[in-house]
Design a protein around this ligand. Structure first.
Ligand SMILES: Nc1ncnc2c1ncn2[C@@H]1O[C@H](COP(=O)(O)OP(=O)(O)OP(=O)(O)O)[C@@H](O)[C@H]1O
Length: 336
């Protein structure tokens, strides 16, 4: 890895057990990682292919950074295996240094150097770096080239971090909350940059607390909670697995017990801005037709009782719905 944290490392070896995807850029199998008696990661497995972005989402303290740091070669697994292009990344072996890079949660920029000097310093460490102008252009920092890094805003420093990570033209990129502190416009520009890298064949492992970031960028994603992957798959697989939602404001003279049972659906009442709302979650094998199948008897019930369903809405589950149910401990493994 061509960051400042380089160190000697073991040679490449095969993936024990042979159960990883041999075409994968990143492979994680039954990873467990402990800090003393505390097990922070409890048997996590996933692969990331070249040209794929995999988003690792999760609650605070779920084990995302621990997982990513293990893949970056900073930690040896307590058990299980991690591989980057089939090589153990522990200690960042020479075979991987030019092929993988990272934007870490805490950047290690030198405040006294100018932006241009910072880029030049990183270029000196690489075999085939992007030009200084290319890095300035893709980070949107061309007009900041001559100012000291300490004078950059938090979001600008984050963009410089990303520029330095991209500069050696890595094939694998670890992005640990890369857009934290960026304004919405800078975040969108960064998403475009990341999407372009993935389109060029870079394998990206992203952690983020911005669910929209994962929705926009991820080919596949996993949601971790307390050291375990609770939900995994494509965005569609993950949200479809959590059902469709039918909701309306609870009519004034209707009690919860009066509401009809709908096929494949469970009902609950939730408060929205001090109004009681009925929310049905509709699950079922027929993912295309299940909402229609539940809505028809609901409308028939309303017709018979001369009830108007105010503010009636029908939508798919969102990634936020799935995330919140994982955080509540309500989710079983959905694997794609
Ligand atoms: N060096 C350490 N020593 C002891 N415990 C640690 C250490 N680093 C992390 N932990 C603990 O391991 C757990 C996982 O931490 P980790 O930073 O991997 O989570 P995370 O998913 O990245 O969280 P966040 O979203 O809050 O950044 C947490 O409970 C954390 O307190």
């Amino acid at each position: 890895m061509s960051t400042a944290q380089q160190s000697p490392a073991p040679a490449s070896d095969a993936h024990p057990g042979g159960d990883g995807d041999l075409g994968a850029a990143i492979s994680v199998r039954d990873l467990r990682q402990s800090y003393g008696d505390f097990e922070a990661v409890k048997g996590v497995s996933f692969d990331v292919a070249p040209g794929e972005l995999f988003a690792l989402l999760g609650t605070n303290g779920a084990g995302k950074t621990t997982t990513i740091e293990t893949l970056e070669g900073f930690r040896r697994p307590t058990s299980g295996t991690v591989r980057v292009f089939g090589t153990d990344p522990y200690g960042q072996p020479p075979a991987l240094r030019e092929r993988m890079n990272a934007v870490l949660q805490h950047s290690g920029l030198f405040g006294e150097l100018t932006v241009a000097e910072t880029i030049d310093l990183s270029r000196d460490l690489c075999a085939d770096p992007l030009s200084r102008d290319e890095v300035l252009g893709l980070t949107g920092l061309t007009d900041k080239a001559r100012i000291a890094v300490r004078q950059l805003s938090g979001g600008q420093k984050r963009r410089l971090d990303l520029g330095l990570a991209v500069l050696p033209q890595p094939e694998v990129l670890f992005l640990d909350e890369p857009t934290t502190g960026m304004d919405p416009e800078a975040r969108r520009e960064t998403w475009t940059l990341i999407a372009d890298l993935v389109a060029d064949g870079v394998a990206v492992l992203l952690t983020t607390h911005y669910l929209e970031e994962a929705e926009r960028l991820a080919d596949r994603l996993a949601i971790m909670h307390r050291g375990e992957v609770k939900v995994a798959g494509t965005l569609r697989e993950v949200v479809v697995g959590h059902g469709d939602r039918i909701a309306f404001r609870l009519p004034a003279d209707v009690r919860f017990d009066d509401l009809p049972q709908l096929p494949g659906a469970t009902a609950e009442v939730e408060m929205r801005q001090e109004e009681a709302w009925v929310s049905y979650t509709v699950r079922g094998e027929d993912t295309e037709g299940r909402a229609h199948g539940a809505l028809a008897p609901l409308l028939a019930w309303a017709e018979v009782h001369s009830i108007t369903l105010h503010r009636l809405e029908l939508r798919s589950a969102s990634l936020e719905d799935v995330f919140l149910s994982v955080a509540d401990g309500a989710s079983d493994l959905v694997s794609g």
